[in-house]
Ligand binder design. Structure first.
Ligand code: NCD
Length: 327
């Protein structure tokens, strides 16, 4: 177990800035966030966006090292964390493909974490097992950031998703958000639904029966007092939506490929569907997309998924700065 400072803060360096509430903290679940620390983080992300647009980089985290340890594939999450640390003047140990590391020799997660934390100040971890980041955090003396633990959570994705909603629509309270696709295995949905519980939103979950939102997440949403609806058909709600959050069916999570095939292409967001939506709404997607969003809508102003992806850079810059006591 990690020896933490008395206040639960892990050792990450001198001259900390506690304002964000994230200094020295593991980032494991969206349950750790409050509206106040999110508002602060989003302001810092706005500043990071301005820095990147104006000058490209800063030396805020000069001398700091980030380890990026991914046991599952990634394009956006890993490269945006690497870009974030680099643009903040820090350095990165990227282990994007554990098959070239000692994991292949049978090294355990705790030992791999112990190794990396002796070289780095913070570790970003993606792992196929639910709870892997929590286990890593219990061993580590340095902060662990969960970049996806199997079908569990993906808290930094939810941060950038919420930040995108705020940036695109100027508010979060009062919105009607639908999440569509693979709600069972889609960890981004599990995190976003939980995060939205802190806001006065109504949520509609759109999926086939076998891909419905897990009961524990649904119960949390209901316990938070949110208005919830479930449907198979996005047409039922499209005209009323402010946000349509689309996900891919997570092929790699299915034990039975025939079952995957039966739901793989059950819906497509296309021009016809978008034609029924409000003029001021947004279509989001954590990406990668497979067939669930037609390329024909990419140039529609409501298609926000590429802006959403870019926001991942600013949010991860803000989060790294906050965890390392500089924001
Ligand atoms: C998501 C993930 O890994 O959960 N990707 C991402 O980080 N943007 C979504 C997915 O793989 O479908």
């Amino acid at each position: 177990m990690a020896t933490k400072l008395g206040n639960g803060i892990k050792t990450v360096g001198l001259a900390p800035n506690f304002q964000s509430g994230f200094y020295g903290q593991d980032i494991i679940s969206v349950r750790q966030f409050t509206r106040e620390n999110l508002a602060h983080l989003f302001r810092v992300a706005d500043e990071m966006r301005a820095v990147v647009k104006r000058v490209g980089s800063t030396d805020l985290l000069k001398g700091h090292v980030l380890a990026v340890l991914f046991y599952e594939p990634s394009t956006r999450t890993s490269s945006s964390f690497i870009a974030a640390m680099t643009r903040l003047g820090g350095s990165v140990i990227p282990i994007n493909e554990v098959k070239f590391s000692s994991v292949t020799k049978g090294e355990s997660l705790p030992d791999t974490i112990r190794t990396l934390e002796s070289y780095a100040d913070v570790i970003v971890l993606r792992h196929p097992d639910v709870g892997a980041s929590q286990v890593a955090a219990e061993y580590a003396h340095k902060p662990i950031i969960n970049a996806g633990d199997g079908v569990g959570e993906h808290p930094t994705q939810a941060l950038l998703d919420l930040y995108t909603i705020q940036s695109e629509l100027g508010k979060i309270d009062g919105l009607h958000v639908a999440m569509a696709g693979d709600l069972r295995y889609g960890r981004t949905v599990h995190s976003l639904a939980r995060l939205l519980c802190m806001y006065d939103v109504s949520m509609t979950f759109v999926s086939p029966e076998i891909l419905r939102l897990p009961l524990d997440v649904m119960n949390e949403v209901k316990a938070a007092g949110r208005t919830v609806r479930e449907t198979y058909d996005v047409h039922d709600v499209i005209a009323d939506l402010d946000v349509l959050y689309v996900t891919r069916v997570q092929r790699e999570r299915f034990a039975d490929q025939a079952q995957y095939e039966s739901v793989a292409d059950y819906y497509v967001v296309d021009l016809e569907l978008i034609g029924m939506a409000k003029e001021k709404m947004v279509v989001m997607h954590p990406l990668p997309r497979v067939n669930e969003i037609s390329y024909a809508i990419d140039n529609d102003p409501r298609a926000a998924y590429f802006r959403q992806m870019e926001n991942g850079l600013y949010i991860r810059m803000a989060l790294l700065a906050a965890v390392l006591g500089k924001a």
